[in-house]
Ligand binder design. Structure first.
Ligand code: SF4
Length: 314
């Protein structure tokens, strides 16, 4: 059973009241495939560099017509521990400005990010990548844990990147999701077995590429055939009629309605952790002690609160 926006389950209602947050403990990236060509993060980083924000120095090349990532990446230690300070549960998009699994990010730093997520089970994390091979290797061989408050996803923009779904299917995860956004070409009727939900969306911005209704129809059919939830984000700069206009005017209706088919149990573990966090003094003491930990102490404390690797999917 999937959950649509028309009748929210109690869990979905709780989650809907939580604040959304972007958490970027890594800076910089590099184009992986055509879906990256108009990367909004690259544009934002370029704008910040032009305003002399020093932490982006060397990460984007401003000599081209539009800013382009250089492939240099660096950690942002100030942001790394930020989730400990958020007093209320949040919905956290991890690395909205980069791809955590690009090669320059060392396993040792990925482990630190995993530690923060493991020790803040009252937050819900989404992690999306265009490099699922590295994600699989890291989770299976390095982290060796599945976090119940972490959803793992792969981004697929055209048929040449469909193999990312094959890889994602093998990654142990509480929830696996695929984003077909920006959908810039047909992906046919993809194999979505063992994928919990998918998001579809068109590209926005001046240089956007149009998305066609028949491409979405084919993905919708695959969802119905394989049991994956279907979520529709937006049409983007080109509407259903193929006309270029403001993204907000084009809206987010498909087949005349909104779509947000999230499995009702998808947030159960994080809601439970959140309620525990709010109610028990012991949990609050733990939070205080975590905030006081020195970097050295955190090194020694890695992964002492998380369960061994297991695939939560039955
Ligand atoms: S992987 Fe993501 S952040 Fe990196 S260039 Fe591509 S779209 Fe941008």
């Amino acid at each position: 059973m999937l959950q649509s926006t028309t009748s929210l389950s109690p869990s979905a209602s709780i989650i809907a009241s939580w604040t959304h947050e972007n958490w970027n403990p890594v800076l910089g990236c590099e184009i992986a495939s055509p879906g990256c060509s108009h990367c909004y993060a690259m544009e934002i980083a370029g704008r910040l560099l032009k305003k002399n924000v020093q932490k982006y120095k060397g990460l984007v090349d401003l000599s081209k017509r539009h800013p382009v990532w250089t492939g240099i990446m660096r950690p942002d230690f100030d942001r790394l521990k930020r989730p400990y300070a958020w007093k209320k549960s949040r919905l956290v998009f991890v690395n909205s400005m980069t791809d955590l699994f690009h090669d320059p990010v060392p396993d040792s730093y990925l482990l630190k990010i995993w530690e923060v997520m493991a020790k803040t089970p009252w937050h819900h994390y989404w992690l999306l990548t265009k490099r699922p091979e590295r994600m699989r290797h890291f989770i299976e061989k390095i982290a060796k844990v599945t976090l119940p408050n972490l959803w793992l996803g792969a981004s697929v923009e055209h048929a040449q990147t469909l193999s990312r779904i094959e890889t994602l299917r093998k990654v142990p995860a509480a929830i696996r999701f695929v984003t077909f956004e920006p959908l810039i070409a047909s992906v046919g009727t993809p194999d979505l077995r063992q994928i919990d939900l998918i998001y579809v969306g068109g590209e926005s911005g001046d240089r956007a590429r149009p998305m066609r209704t028949e491409w979405i129809e084919a993905i919708f059919k695959a969802c119905r055939r394989d049991g994956a939830g279907f979520c529709f984000h937006q049409w983007g700069t080109y509407g259903e009629d193929g006309i270029k206009r403001n993204r907000k005017e084009n809206g987010n209706l498909f087949k005349g309605k909104t779509w947000n088919e999230v499995p009702p149990s998808a947030y159960d573990s994080v809601i439970e952790a959140s309620q525990k966090w709010e109610k028990t003094k012991e949990e609050k003491k733990l939070r205080a002690s975590v905030q006081k930990l020195t970097p050295k102490a955190q090194e020694n404390d890695l992964f002492d609160t998380i369960s061994p690797l297991h695939d939560l999917k039955k």
